[in-house]
Design a protein around this ligand. Sequence first.
Ligand SMILES: *Cc1c(COP(=O)(O)O)cnc(C)c1O
Length: 440
Amino acid sequence: MTATIDTPLGQQLQQAQPFLWLNPAYKASTDNDRDGLSITDIRQADLRLRRFAPLLKRLFPELEASDGIIESALLSAPALQQHSFPELPGRLKIKADHSLPVAGSIKARGGIHEVLCHAEQLALDNNLIDSTSDDYLKFGHPAAKQLFSNYEIAVSSTGNLGLSIGIISAALGFKVVVHMSVEAKQWKKERLRNRGVTVIEHSDDYSAAVAAGRAASDADPNSYFIDDENSPRLFLGYAAAALRLQEQLAEQQIIVDAEHPLFVYIPCGVGGAPGGINFGLKQVFGPDVHVFFAEPVQAPCVLLGMQANDKEHPESVYDVGLKVATEADGLAVSMASGWVCSVIEPMLSGIFTVTDNELFRNLSDLFQSEGLEVEPSAAAGFSGLHQLINTDSGKQYLQQQHLDTVINQATHLVWTTGGLFVPAQEMKKFQQRGAELAGL
Ligand SMILES: *Cc1c(COP(=O)(O)O)cnc(C)c1O
């Protein structure tokens, strides 16, 4: 097989300029069950999160209002649409995962679900609960903490996955080890250490931190490794978002059908979070939803992974001369999850790449117009609006899918994926950087 670097796509990636890639394997109507996963698995993940809701409400007072359900709002953004996207055909919505409680990012979905899967299994095996219909407040009793203190949960992270896993695991009483890759922000490490989490700092990138964390955990039979590169449990936690979004759209009387397509733009790192949501949305909305991922121009690892013939062994972005150098720490990944790429192969519409300058401009525009504060990674999705509407490949997609006649009735949903816990000082710096770029 030719290495990607020797292909026109490889040459284009190497330029590190923003563009929209259309997935040639996309099929509007496809069998949505993939690799043994179906809507039933997503419903089960959602039910699990509901079983644990009373416990989560007790552990995390911020979940009082939502009765223990960790969910974000579906927001309108009229000022942003008017100011930054006046020509956008259709309406702009924001899925506000930047303010997801407990973990402060989209990782609250997958990360917390996987830790709860593991805790539930241990509780059943050790007769802490009789069945999944038992009283889940038992997970907060001293006997549960005693049990979980014998077990370790380990994870590798660029920051946000570690926060999510660390916070929930420590609250349940597990020992927790988080392997942080080089781009992880200092405040994310401190926040975890303050909760008694062991943070190991690696001087290498994310893929290397995953390999190191996996090896250390595998050597200890009482350690459970949350493997961001190969995890159906993470994936299904993310996918459950689709059921919640379906309800929110219905509540707001937003129709999704062939005449009213839904376009979704989600920032992408290793692929798990956006892949899970892509999978969930396809189960719910079939051909009427069109999902695009956003990756930094320096770290388009899923774009490389999606076009590889051998999805099991994706190329790294270093192989096409890129450096992973980006302020978007949540997206700073050199190699995709091959498993995710193979699962979503026919479901993903395309991927657009984004420069760091765009991230900061988007972040600042969002704050100026709507008062929303997100981290740089979380601002990547907004660049997809321009890519879909104004570029040749965007127009080509709309034509191929026969969407040009209905695009005025579309809903464009930008997923903002993290930011709640960013210290005020850092947030100010991000906003200033964006404002300077916009020449304000
Ligand atoms: C992790 C993360 C993503 C992407 O998720 P992946 O599963 O790595 O693809 C997007 N935005 C933020 C803020 C993140 O932390």
